[in-house]
Design a protein around this ligand. Structure first.
Ligand SMILES: [Zn+2]
Length: 138
């Protein structure tokens, strides 16, 4: 059983175009235990209509260090009314410099990783339950 804790979205002005950029931070629980944290970032009016996400899995217990976690960079997009999720390289992630979520894998390593199934499980929840993301693509 997966549950997501939704915080208020943070909005800022995009430096490249002046449109609104939305940033989300979500805490994911599985059977009541901290399971993952994910970030989402999207900007209205950009030509590439992506919701960028970084999903951090591993040890989120108290005192756990980022080295005990692994992070996956994904782009969520709308492929002719079907949700599409593309795993990307670390360098393509807006959070490539962020260490808090764990070591960010490149695409090939991410797709080979045993936790990739959890990544897709979480993105399934994002597109079904995370309202700002759903509204961005609506
Ligand atoms: Zn922009």
């Amino acid at each position: 059983m997966i549950g997501i804790e939704f915080e208020e979205p943070k909005q800022e002005v995009c430096e490249c175009c002046g449109n609104t950029t939305t940033r989300l931070t979500r805490f994911v629980y599985r059977d009541g235990d901290a399971f993952a944290v994910y970030y989402v970032l999207f900007t209205n009016g950009h030509e590439d209509k992506f919701a960028y996400s970084l999903i951090g899995l591993g040890d989120w217990g108290e005192g756990a260090e980022p080295e005990m976690r692994t992070a996956f960079a994904v782009n969520i997009w709308d492929d002719n009314d079907n949700w599409a999720v593309t795993v990307t390289d670390k360098a393509e992630s807006p959070w490539s410099h962020v260490e808090f979520m764990g070591k960010i894998l490149d695409r090939e390593a991410a797709l080979d990783h045993p936790w990739i199934k959890y990544v897709y499980q979480i993105t399934d929840h994002i597109v079904a339950e995370d309202k700002p993301v759903m509204e961005f693509f609506a």
